[in-house]
Ligand binder design. Structure first.
Ligand SMILES: O=C(CO)[C@H](O)[C@H](O)COP(=O)(O)O
Length: 246
């Protein structure tokens, strides 16, 4: 997914906030309203204190939609689930660095296994984990995406943590073409902070599903990210102009 240019804006409604009894209809509705990806929160009741869904539900959902399924695994031992999520039709398999206990070699091996299984691979960190821990993998060009959690993983509807945007700024300044996703507490009232920091992929659950007009919220989120990207590109262009150039 990496190239030389800024990655596209991605709006990914988090299905955690939808009516799970109507998962397929809600997923289709989100795509019709302009969602680029569908964000699937997988929680095991162990890595995080909540339980959601697993491969059988992803497989059922896949039968109803060709959409990009952005699966965020909040699970202990993510390596156990690679084959099952690939078989279920997951598009992206994002795992927590904190869930891999055996160090850098194990993380690299897991990224390789995700790719070998035919999925894109994301790496994610909780708010308390230093962003520098991602660098060995990013400098080697291994993950397709980084997910910066802007809330403690486990539940939707929490308050956005603005300090986590320092991590996004840090990464964007070093990796202009990296897919940087932000997840947690994003809404029209907080999106500007994520957009200005340089996030290009936005996960939003309660703000989208709880809105009377979810399509308008998707549009607002996209507009803020697009505008910040355009402003950033103009600034970069001006800085690159030689002295005296018009
Ligand atoms: O990963 C998550 C929780 O662990 C959710 O995706 C996230 O919190 C989205 O929900 P909301 O937009 O309501 O904060």
């Amino acid at each position: 997914m990496q190239g030389r240019d800024r990655p596209p804006t991605i709006i990914a409604p988090s299905l955690l906030s939808c009516d799970f009894g109507r998962l397929a209809e809600e997923s289709k509705r989100m795509v019709e309203l302009g969602a680029d990806w569908l964000h699937v929160d997988v929680m095991d009741g162990h890595f995080v204190p909540n339980l959601t869904l697993g491969p059988p539900i992803v497989q059922s959902l896949r039968r109803h939609t060709p959409a990009f399924l952005d699966c965020h695994l909040m699970v202990a031992q993510p390596a156990r689930w690679v084959a099952d999520f690939a078989a279920a039709g997951a598009s992206m398999f994002t795992f927590h660095l904190e869930a891999v206990e055996c160090g850098q070699a194990a993380v690299r091996q897991l990224i390789g296994a995700v790719h070998a299984a035919g999925m894109l691979c994301g790496l994610t960190i909780k708010p308390g984990t230093p962003v520098e821990q991602l660098l060995p993998y990013l400098e080697a060009g291994l993950p397709d995406m980084v997910l910066i959690m802007s809330v403690e993983p486990g539940f939707g509807g929490q308050a956005f943590q603005p300090s986590t945007m320092d991590k996004v700024r840090f990464l964007r300044s070093r990796f202009p073409d990296l897919y940087i996703e932000v997840d947690g507490g994003l809404a029209p009232s907080t999106i500007q902070q994520a957009a200005d920091a340089g996030a290009n992929a936005i996960v939003a659950g309660s703000a989208v599903f709880g809105a009377p007009d979810p399509g308008a919220v998707i549009c607002q989120l996209r507009g803020a990210v697009d505008a910040a990207a355009t402003a950033g590109a103009q600034q970069q262009h001006q800085q690159q102009q030689p002295l005296g150039a018009a």
